[in-house]
Design a binder for this molecule. Structure first.
Ligand SMILES: [Cu+2]
Length: 495
């Protein structure tokens, strides 16, 4: 994964590598194809697929990533650096040194006279110009058209939700459209402050365009991280939205490709293969789970988060991994002794929309990964792993219409029974006694597919499940209603 760094931290060698790759693209003609794409977008006026609408950020994210890939074909070590103008905001900041972007436009017509992109190098002649423009050299006019954004201004932008709002264009309220605020109040001043070529439809003619837009893309990533419940909007087909700006709209000019990129496709910048140097890259923490302990409380705090757990199966036996709570999480089990060897995955076999994985496992260390079913949702859950840790005692059989089977629950214990239905029909599974039991019925022929559960439908606090069952093998789990509850009970199955 490539890391996009703050340009002020680049070594001289890193700066030279970036400049070298940019000039190689210029020399082979592909740089000017990028410039033309940006100009073409602007020339579409009210139908601009890249500016003045929700896709401003996705379009430029895709655009920058394509440019970065082109750079990396020249030099795989190169990533686009970002220019944080809240810090490097003077005309003598190192970004403008002759070994990087070169300086202000000090020549005739605001011509840039220093650095690798000065016209005098013979290697930076502009070929894609705005209609009516004849200057074929890079121009700049630092500060002539206004000030650079401040940290305070950036903070205010990052705090704005939702992502965008009607009328989904330049008139969207700056207070209810993060996109329009970032585009109009933070992004535009960057172009204006540099001035000259950066104010044109063909603004990528100035290579600082990429560093400026890289910072805008980084700020979008910051906003996404800090507002995990907020998603891109609007959906495709929303009235008044320009083509290319809906969530699943193919984005021009790439809309005729075999799988054209949509805003949805670029929401996760890590999935596009890059990260920013200001993202805390904490190694994924693995939380050890204790067998048969009370459920461990956790949460999917950020969209797309994956929580990882481990547990040790000390001997061959049956182990059950499940979650509780109202969050629709998905569980995946890996092992033994290999965090990448998938054993099983489950979404909804447990209570409610919880996963439940029951498996006969060989001894070893196992890993469980929990994620939200939806990559854009969050919520809390509890996770537990149960297992004998020893040879699994045979599952007790209940004879249909036979004597009730006696059992005793200790804290956190779950007793499992089985019965076999040979004649389809209504069956009543019921507990008796003074213990507040909770029943779960699984099957047919599955210890994981929940059919029904019940707490108190029987006499007193006993459980009763009445269910039409076809032929097959069924499983009954009995636990105390309270995780810490204990007591004796009996359980029976009758037709
Ligand atoms: Cu642009």
């Amino acid at each position: 994964m490539g890391t996009r760094k703050n340009q002020s931290t680049l070594t001289a060698a890193e700066k030279a590598a970036f400049v070298g790759a940019v000039k190689a693209l210029k020399a082979n003609g592909s740089y000017d194809v990028f410039v033309a794409q940006h100009r073409t977008a602007f020339l579409a006026g009210v139908n601009d697929p890249a500016h003045g609408g929700p896709a401003f950020l996705p379009w430029h994210r895709e655009y920058l990533r394509r440019f970065e890939r082109a750079l990396q074909q020249i030099d795989p070590s190169v990533s686009i650096p970002y220019w944080d103008w809240t810090v490097d905001r003077t005309t003598n900041a190192s970004i403008w040194n002759a070994n990087f972007m070169g300086g202000n436009g000090t020549g005739p017509g605001g011509r840039v006279m220093t650095g690798p992109f000065a016209f005098s190098t013979g290697e930076w002649t502009l070929t894609v110009l705005d209609p009516g423009d004849t200057d074929n050299f890079l121009t700049r006019a630092f500060g002539a058209m206004g000030a650079l954004p401040t940290q305070q201004g950036v903070n205010a932008a990052i705090n704005i939700v939702p992502y965008d709002s009607a009328p989904w264009n330049r008139n969207s309220s700056m207070n209810t459209s993060f996109r329009n605020h970032l585009e109009g109040i933070i992004h535009n001043p960057g172009h204006m402050w540099v001035g000259g070529s950066m104010m044109a439809m063909s603004s990528p003619n100035d290579p600082v365009f990429w560093l400026h837009h890289c910072n805008i893309d980084r700020l979008w990533a910051v906003w996404q991280r800090e507002n995990p419940g907020q998603n891109y909007r609007p959906p495709s087909g929303t009235a008044g939205v320009v083509n290319g700006h809906g969530l699943d709209d193919p984005m021009p000019p790439w809309n005729n490709e075999a799988s054209p990129p949509t805003p949805r496709d670029v929401l996760d910048h890590h999935a596009l293969g890059y990260t920013y140097d200001d993202e805390e890259e904490e190694p994924p923490q693995i939380v050890p789970l204790t067998l048969d302990a009370a459920p461990f409380a956790a949460s999917i705090g950020q969209a797309g988060e994956v929580d990882t757990y481990s547990f040790v199966a000390s001997s061959q036996g049956n182990y059950i991994i499940e979650t509780e709570g109202s969050t629709d999480v998905v569980a995946a089990l890996y092992g033994p002794d290999d965090a990448n060897a998938l054993v099983a995955e489950d979404d909804d076999s447990g209570v409610g929309r919880n996963p439940r994985i029951a498996r006969d496992l060989a001894p070893g260390t196992y890993y469980v990964r929990i994620r939200h079913y939806s990559g854009s949702s969050t919520g809390s859950y509890r996770i537990s792993v149960r297992g004998s840790g020893g040879p699994q005692p045979g599952i007790q059989t209940i004879q249909i219409n036979g004597p009730a089977v006696q059992g005793t629950l200790s804290a956190n214990e779950r007793d499992l029974y089985t019965f076999t239905v040979s004649t389809s029909g209504s069956h009543t599974i019921e507990t008796a006694g003074s213990t507040d039991c909770f029943l779960t019925l699984f099957g047919p022929d599955s210890q994981t597919a929940v059919i029904a559960q019940d707490d108190d439908s029987g006499p007193g606090t006993n459980s009763r499940i009445v269910q039409n069952l076809g032929a097959g093998v069924y499983y009954v789990q009995v636990r105390h209603y309270s995780p810490t509850g204990t007591g004796a009970y009996s359980v029976s199955v009758r037709t």
